[in-house]
Ligand binder design. Structure first.
Ligand code: PLP
Length: 397
């Protein structure tokens, strides 16, 4: 049995501790300004975010969830409309589609990059389809050229759910402003994490930006005159001030996440039964060749993508094996997480949509195989080595 060393999945305190003097200064600035919602702190952060992401406009909102909601509302999507989105994603993606009264039409995923399967998306388009909502899951861009082509052919709007992927690139371009809208989350565990809930909407379209801006404040323009029904989707000045302190450090965080991902792949790929996912398998429903020999399939960054590794998510092959590995890691004090254990088409709240578990075979299978390891930027080197050693120990059993 190995020496025990607790390895946490996350350590949010480590990142903020080194910035404490600057964060406190920003806090005091806001405290003493008496301006707590929107205002100059939010304006300044929005400008910095637009510059960082290359988007023409950035709008600070209350969360990544509300960012999706605002984008859908600004595009006028509602009852009778269908929106394509992956089944294998965080709930908010589809939850927001339902909340505007539209129907989430689920799409299967690629077993290699975990993103939307384009061929499956094409099959599910109907005359009611109004938009496609790809997710750049775990920090890697979805196949945007194909998605934008499909959208053009069928006159669909494109909303990129970039909640997990701010700063990721697709063929050299930043994600989030390739479609009509991109949506970002600053949930504390994201690559740029606030000290609470926060999010942003990106767009290159000035008219859409204006619509989103008005929707953020109850559809009000001018004051107390409501052109449309919006909501309270405002960003707090405090969160904007905290994010402004952290944004200049973002590239450093990304570099450390990339370093951690590369180390995991280098160390783990040496163990028997471990292989790296092969990009050429992307889009194939089964990628049977890999599964027949491997016990663990490591994630891959496609050469044309700048992956920002919000998660390092492996597939553990074989019934019950993922849960056995997770239990083994836990018994040795190593944290891990399952993103996500049940695909959205199988969630109780969507039972009324009439999907069956095997309608999306890859999403269904991924939910039973995925396991994410600690990868946060400040992860100590010996913790990463410990994670690899505990996995090797599991494989040698
Ligand atoms: C893919 C995806 N979409 C949307 C969201 C929602 O973001 P938030 O938690 O900021 O509302 C998240 C956050 O977990 C996410 O991972």
């Amino acid at each position: 049995m190995m020496d025990s060393m607790n390895v946490n999945l996350l350590d949010l305190k480590a990142q903020n501790a080194v910035l404490e003097p600057e964060l406190l200064e920003a806090f005091l600035r806001v405290l003493r300004s008496g301006h707590f919602i929107l205002g100059p702190e939010v304006d300044q952060f929005e400008r910095a975010l637009a510059e960082f992401t290359g988007a023409k406009h950035a709008l600070g909102v209350s969360s990544g969830t509300d960012a999706i909601l605002v984008a859908l509302m600004a595009l006028g999507i509602g009852p009778g409309d269908e929106v394509l989105c992956p089944s294998f994603t965080f709930f908010a993606t589809a939850g927001c589609i339902s909340r505007v009264g539209a129907k989430p039409v689920f799409v299967d995923s690629c077993p290699v990059c975990f993103n939307l399967d384009l061929r499956d998306a094409a099959r599910r388009i109907t005359p009611r389809t109004k938009a496609i909502l790809p997710v750049h899951l775990f920090g890697q861009s979805a196949e945007m050229d194909g998605i934008l082509d499909l959208a053009r052919q069928h006159g669909l709007h494109v909303i990129e759910d970039a909640a997990q992927a701010m700063g990721a690139t697709y063929r050299g371009k930043q994600v989030g402003s390739l479609g009509d809208f991109g949506t970002i989350s600053f949930f504390p565990t994201k690559n740029l994490g606030a000290l609470g809930d926060a999010g942003a909407v990106l767009t290159n379209d000035t008219a859409l930006f204006e619509r989103a801006r008005i929707l953020r404040m109850h559809g009000m323009e001018p004051k107390y005159y409501h052109q449309v029904v919006g909501g309270n989707f405002r960003l707090d000045a405090l969160q904007a001030a905290m994010l402004s302190v952290k944004l200049p450090h973002f590239d450093g965080y990304t570099a450390r996440r990339r370093h951690n991902a590369a180390l995991y792949t280098e160390r783990l790929a040496k163990a028997p039964g471990v292989c790296v996912a092969k990009p050429q398998d992307c889009g194939c429903a089964q990628s049977a060749g890999v599964e027949q020999t491997a016990r663990i399939v490591l994630p891959v960054a496609y050469p044309h993508n700048g992956h920002i590794w919000n998660q390092y998510t492996m597939r553990v092959i074989g019934t019950g094996q993922r849960d056995a590995l997770r239990a083994h890691l836990s018994s040795r004090g190593v944290g891990s997480e399952i993103y996500y254990p049940l695909p959205l088409h199988e969630q109780a709240c969507f039972a009324g949509l009439g999907y069956k578990a095997d309608d999306f075979p890859v999403a269904h299978r991924l939910a039973g195989e995925v396991l994410s390891l600690p990868i946060y930027p400040e992860l100590p080197a010996d913790h990463l080595e410990q994670v690899c050693a505990v996995i090797a120990e599991f494989l040698a059993r």
